[in-house]
Design a protein around this ligand. Structure first.
Ligand code: LLP
Length: 427
């Protein structure tokens, strides 16, 4: 009998006859084909996540600009570009990635507090849609570079609405103490100043309050604060053709119950309608909510090490592949690729081989795996591969995209030669 059970938060990851699959593809099969650790992504999951935004946008003038820092692999950018998405970038490297997939540079938004002159110049030459300006000195530099190129730079000012996103302090960005955006009280003055600059054309307003937001209220608070400013700015005769409301929608890693993108946006459009902005051009910059639940990382159990206080399950993925637990004490569920309901479970800390106590991937997990078997670390589509490193001279893991019953390698495993090629011995 076929027994199919989707895993919480990962609708396209399920057990069938006790074997874990992403869509129609067995993960044991992919582990054998590509080795471990390996990231596997579900195309259907990403498309469904995008569709949820698009449903919320029905009848509106709104577009998703994928925040590619969440996962910047070319095939994933290609997928979103083909669906008509724009991109939210934060570096020259990200700009070049968008260009490499042949996406429309006219749909690129450039965020970030530290854009360099070279980055600004390159983005102006490429004709991006808008710079999200985060400070007074940045505005001056953008104006200066634009004048040198005899161009006008399209800008929004990122307002810091002083709203608590109720998320981890490292990923909360809309509070007064954060480095992001321009203080709510200073925004009006800055728009007036921007209006006088010859190299600047004002396009919109922008706000992003944080990441992994799991309830509506911070979004509603921020929306009201942004619209108060839009009222005030337009009363000065400065018109804003778009409102960029950032990203930040959370996903289910454990028992979080974030609202769907569709629900968030039908609520936010009610506010926009009430305040007369329902037909304005709306931009969103989601990252995690488009790709997070689409990914799993498969890893092989190397050793089961009984300890005096704890048992350790040592796997071949580590903090260089999956940095979120070490950085934010983040939770990712860890499940076996093959279920063995008949076996007793043991309590383990699941750790990697890196020489640091911070190299843990899951604490106090009940598992019944044996050495040589594989586990899947769930919800690893966002901020895992894109934050991976070569620490301990470990090569980055390969990535595989699953589409129905087929799978394709979209990034091969890095080998040591790849890593050594940049280095030179001294004379
Ligand atoms: N727009 C801006 C200006 C951002 O700074 C970010 C994320 C996003 C959009 C996308 O936010 P999302 O929809 O993905 O929440 N590494 C952390 C998350 C850092 C988020 C940084 N900014 C993590 O692994 O949880």
């Amino acid at each position: 009998m076929t027994h199919a059970q989707a895993l919480p938060g990962s609708p396209h990851v399920h057990y069938e006859n006790h074997r874990l699959k992403v869509e129609g593809v067995s993960l044991e099969h992919l582990a054998k084909e590509h080795g471990t650790p390996v990231f596997v992504y579900s195309k259907a999951s990403m498309l469904d996540a995008l569709k949820s935004y698009q449903e919320g946008f029905k009848g509106r003038n709104a577009r998703v600009h994928y925040a590619m820092k969440a996962n910047s692999s070319l095939a994933i950018l290609q997928l979103f570009a083909r669906q008509g998405c724009g991109f939210d970038i934060v570096s020259m490297g990200e700009l070049e990635r968008v260009k490499a997939v042949g996406a429309d540079m006219g749909l690129v938004i450039f965020s970030g507090v530290g854009k360099t002159r070279a980055e600004i110049r390159r983005a102006l030459e490429e004709g991006i849609f808008c710079f999200n300006v985060e400070s007074v000195p940045e505005l001056e530099v953008i104006n200066d570079v634009a004048l040198q190129l005899n161009k006008k730079a399209p800008i929004s000012i990122r307002v810091n609405p002083n709203v608590d996103a109720q998320t981890h302090p490292y990923i909360s960005t809309g509070l007064k103490g954060n480095k992001f955006g321009v203080a709510h009280d200073d925004t009006l003055k800055l728009y007036q100043h921007a209006h006088t600059l010859k190299g600047i054309v004002i396009k919109g307003i922008d706000c992003h309050i944080g990441s992994q937001i799991t309830n509506m209220s911070p979004y509603l608070d921020a929306m009201h604060k942004v619209l108060d400013l839009v009222d005030a700015i337009e009363q000065l005769g400065i018109s804003l053709s778009h409102i960029d409301f950032g990203g930040g929608l959370g996903i289910q890693y454990a028992d979080e119950q974030p609202p769907s993108a569709q629900n968030v946006w039908s609520e936010l459009f009610k506010v926009l309608d009430q305040r007369g902005y329902g037909q304005r051009h709306i931009i969103v910059e989601p990252g995690r909510s488009l790709v997070g639940n689409a990914g799993v990382c498969i890893s092989e159990v190397q050793y089961l090490k009984p300890g005096e206080q704890k048992n350790f399950c040592i796997i071949d993925a580590a903090m260089n592949d999956l940095p979120r637990p070490a950085m934010y004490e983040a939770f990712h569920d860890i499940v076996p690729l093959t279920e063995h309901p008949e076996r007793p479970t043991e309590l383990y800390d699941v750790v990697g081989p890196i020489c640091e106590s911070g190299d843990w991937l899951g604490r106090e997990r009940h598992l019944n795996v044996e050495v040589g078997e594989c586990v899947a670390v769930l919800s690893t589509g966002a901020y895992c591969m894109s934050m991976s490193s070569n620490y301990n001279t470990r090569g980055r893991a390969p990535e595989v995209l699953v589409d129905g019953a087929s799978s394709q390698l979209i990034r091969r495993r890095e080998n040591t030669e790849d890593q050594l090629q940049f280095e030179r011995l001294v004379d």
